[in-house]
Design a protein around this ligand. Structure first.
Ligand code: NAI
Length: 736
């Protein structure tokens, strides 16, 4: 692969007159960047100033043939630093917040000045500089920012109360900038370095200082700032040639309060071991994930179902007599799967490849010079390990296969699949989750070609009726789905499935009669046999390969999907795609009905090739129209009463395919109340934005509005408190 270059990029490095900052400046300049070397030139404690530190580094860069300009302002004057970059080079692309001082004191001896100076240079300085750069980065839709935090902040360090607090403040700042900057391609990451410099030379022995050269930190900073790097919001420890990433871990905890009962300190004391037990810990990576637990605790409490102690759950059983948690970690017997070119071709036909399209020929004709196997064929050998008695051989699970639904699928390929050969699969029950109405089994399958690991699959299998054994609801082992961006899709591809699509796909090894036998399908509540979820999955993956990878299978890395609804053979699968770096978010619908069939899905590619913007999706009929019609009728009947009770104007924005598809105004403030299609003429009390589907789930009671809000599905503007009356309106008056 090509070396990483920064030609034409303008980098500002604060405190670059020595130590780490100087090393970054030299490294960026050596790789073509235009560097602004900032340094106030004071002493370690922040006293004094001089231009010589920055000048020396600029001279060094120029001596090596690079381009650089000096700036001597304190980072507290952020605007001046950015202006220096604009004056010298006309733009600003990358900001490395590195300037720093130390005023170590034991906490009791820390003066106001010790506290304030440290905060002014580290935290306020980084804020000032970054804010001055922010709008330039937003406009150009590119920016890379580094915050320099410290292990002193992450773990605490004697004598550094002032410094620890400021340094961890920088991490919080970075976390939020990563979120706010994402949509503008502004990425913000933090590093906690350990390196020899004037800040550390008095506290470390010479041998160690030698091993901790700043040049062992700079490469991480350069990579994080490159436009190929999609990392955002990460925090890394780095030093001595080693780099590691950090994240948060949280115990599953305990719900200590049940319905109508007070929460007491005694309950906290009595469950302390459980609260602090990191076995089965989760790793929330966003505020939504963190809040989900609180919301789940709420719903557990409301159903008077206090979460059981995970250790006691190990022995608990379901009504059907299984003890699912005892199955965690169990291995299924190893299976081997031999296949030839013919199996690859049969699979390709099964997922809709056709000789109609010339570029499909390499998947359909074994003598084609580029003959290859579709990446998603990798589910077939791993699925073979579950069939033939695989899962049902685990007595602790005691699975009734008629109650099994395939919920989600994750597949990761480590190399393109051979076009023929023998693969062995080793499967493990990675986790079992208790979802109340059922259990989710996470089955991890590693598939090998000889000794080489070829791919990893994770099947999420929902077993109806197996819940209620007191297990946890989520797992750090689960490969999670990811919601697509809210903008309109970047590209849409669709394909009509044939009447015999399921009949063809099943020949690849999924013999479930649900997909061919009408009487069997009828037992499952379907009018006709349905397409295999993994068949739609194959359609989706090849749509992404076509759109963004020129059908090059070596570009494929991973795919995750959630199966939401079945497709019927003969219907059209429409794949909506959003490019986000090398991740392609996707969602599939049945074009004829508008129903989403695959959700929260994404494909990760090695290298994105092409962003041809195709047509925008057709906006189908909105299901919410019917509900609003019903609400309109009820307002006519009892509007006056509602106005008295609610006294507010609600504006609704209904989203479909990432776009605003309708606006409605429910006026329960004026006159006898009214419903009108369109926005409110004045300022509504509350504006509620959500997708057509989520709206339907809310009115049907399938989705709790509070939960929808916390998970970002429902957005509220205006008087949020009034939104509490929403549930009343929807429940009492939609009655659907
Ligand atoms: P250093 O002292 O060699 O470099 C810091 C530079 O910042 C100095 O050249 C100084 O003149 C400049 N500076 C100080 N106040 C300034 C201001 N108000 N405006 C502009 N420039 C200013 O120290 P080192 O080790 O290279 O530190 C770089 C960063 O890494 C600092 O933020 C430090 O807290 C951090 N860090 C370093 C660690 C290490 O092991 N060296 C450990 C953890 C964090």
């Amino acid at each position: 692969m090509a070396p990483l270059r920064f030609d034409g990029k303008v980098v500002l490095i604060t405190g670059a007159g020595g130590g780490l900052g100087r090393e970054y400046a030299l490294a960026f300049a050596d790789r073509g960047a235009l560097v602004v070397v900032n340094d106030l030139g004071g002493d370690i404690q922040g006293d004094g100033k001089s231009s010589s530190a920055a000048d020396k580094v600029v001279a060094e860069i120029k001596g090596r043939g690079g381009q650089a300009a000096a700036n001597y302002d304190s980072v507290e004057n952020g605007e001046k630093l950015i202006q220096a970059a604009l004056d010298a080079f006309g733009r600003i692309d990358i900001v490395i917040n590195n300037a720093g001082i130390l005023r170590d004191r034991s906490f009791a001896r820390t003066s106001d000045l010790d506290w304030d100076l440290i905060h002014r240079v580290h935290l306020r300085g980084s804020f000032q500089v970054t804010r001055a750069a922010w709008n330039h980065m937003r406009k150009q839709k590119f920016g890379r920012i580094i915050m320099t935090t410290s292990t002193a902040g992450i773990y605490g360090n004697f004598g550094q109360a002032n410094y620890s607090a400021a340094k961890l403040g920088l991490l919080g700042l970075s976390n939020t900038l990563a979120i706010e900057g994402q949509k503008y391609n502004i990425h913000c990451n933090s590093i906690a370095p350990t390196a020899s410099s004037r800040l550390t030379q008095t506290v470390m022995p010479p041998d160690l200082l030698e091993a901790l050269k700043p040049e062992y930190v700079a490469p991480l900073v350069l990579w994080l700032c490159h436009d190929q790097c999609q990392e955002n919001g990460g925090v890394f420890e780095v030093g001595a040639g080693w780099v590691g990433k950090l994240r948060w871990e949280r115990t599953p905890g305990a719900v200590l309060q049940s319905h109508n009962q007070p929460m007491t300190p005694e309950a906290v004391r009595d469950r302390w071991d459980q609260i602090c037990d990191f076995q089965n810990a989760v790793k929330p990576s966003s505020i939504q994930e963190a809040l989900n637990t609180v919301i789940e605790a709420l719903s557990d409490k409301n159903s008077e179902n206090v979460v059981a102690n995970p250790t006691s759950a190990l022995t608990s059983t379901t009504p059907g007599g299984s003890s699912p948690l005892a199955a965690v970690g169990q291995k299924l017997s190893e299976t081997s799967y031999s296949y030839s070119n013919m199996h690859c071709i049969l699979y390709a036909l099964g997922v809709g490849m056709s000789t109609k399209e010339p570029e499909h020929l390499k998947f359909l004709y074994e003598r084609h010079e580029d003959f290859c196997c579709l990446p998603t064929f990798a589910v077939i050998p791993s699925q073979a390990s579950m069939m033939d008695g695989g899962l049902s051989s685990i007595p602790e699970l005691n699975i009734d296969l008629t109650q099994l639904l395939h919920g989600e699928q994750y597949l990761e390929l480590y190399r393109p699949l051979p076009a023929s050969g023998t693969l062995t699969s080793r499967s493990t029950v990675a986790d079992v989750l208790d979802k109340g109405s059922g259990a989710v089994i996470l089955l991890d399958v590693h598939t090998y070609h000889g000794e080489e690991l070829v791919c990893f699959n994770q099947f999420s299998l929902f077993i109806m009726g197996m819940g209620g054994f007191g297990g946890k609801r989520s797992s750090s082992k689960a490969k999670e789905t990811v919601a697509p961006p809210t903008r309109a899709p970047d590209a849409v591809l669709s394909d009509v499935t044939s009447r015999d699509q399921a009949a063809l796909y099943r020949l690849s090894g999924d013999w479930n009669p649900m997909h061919i036998d009408p009487s069997f399908a009828a037992m499952g509540g379907f009018k006709t046999p349905i397409l295999h979820g993994l068949c739609s999955f194959g359609f989706a993956a090849r749509h992404v390969l076509k759109q963004y990878a020129n059908n090059d299978v070596s570009k494929f890395k991973a795919i995750k999907v959630r199966f939401v609804k079945p497709v019927l053979p003969g219907q059209t699968i429409q794949t909506e795609m959003w490019k986000d770096g090398s991740r392609i978010h996707l969602q599939c619908r049945v074009k004829e009905t508008g129903d989403v069939v695959l959700a929260g899905a994404y494909v990760d590619l090695q290298n994105v090739v092409d962003v041809k913007v195709d047509k925008v999706p057709e906006v189908g009929k909105l299901q919410s129209d019917l509900v609003f019609a019903e609400i309109g009728r009820r307002i006519k009947d009892m509007g006056a009463e509602l106005v008295k009770k609610i006294d507010a104007v609600f504006e609704w924005e209904i989203i479909q395919g990432g776009q605003t598809a309708a606006r409605w105004t429910i006026d329960l403030k004026n006159g006898t109340g009214s419903l009108q299609k369109g926005p409110y003429s004045g300022k509504p009390d509350v504006t509620i934005t959500l997708s057509d589907e989520d709206f339907m789930d809310v009115v049907q009671g399938k989705l709790n509005p509070q939960k929808a809000f916390f998970t970002g599905k429902l957005k509220l503007r205006g008087n949020i408190v009034l939104s509490q009356k929403l549930e009343a309106i929807l429940k009492d008056y939609a009655k659907l």
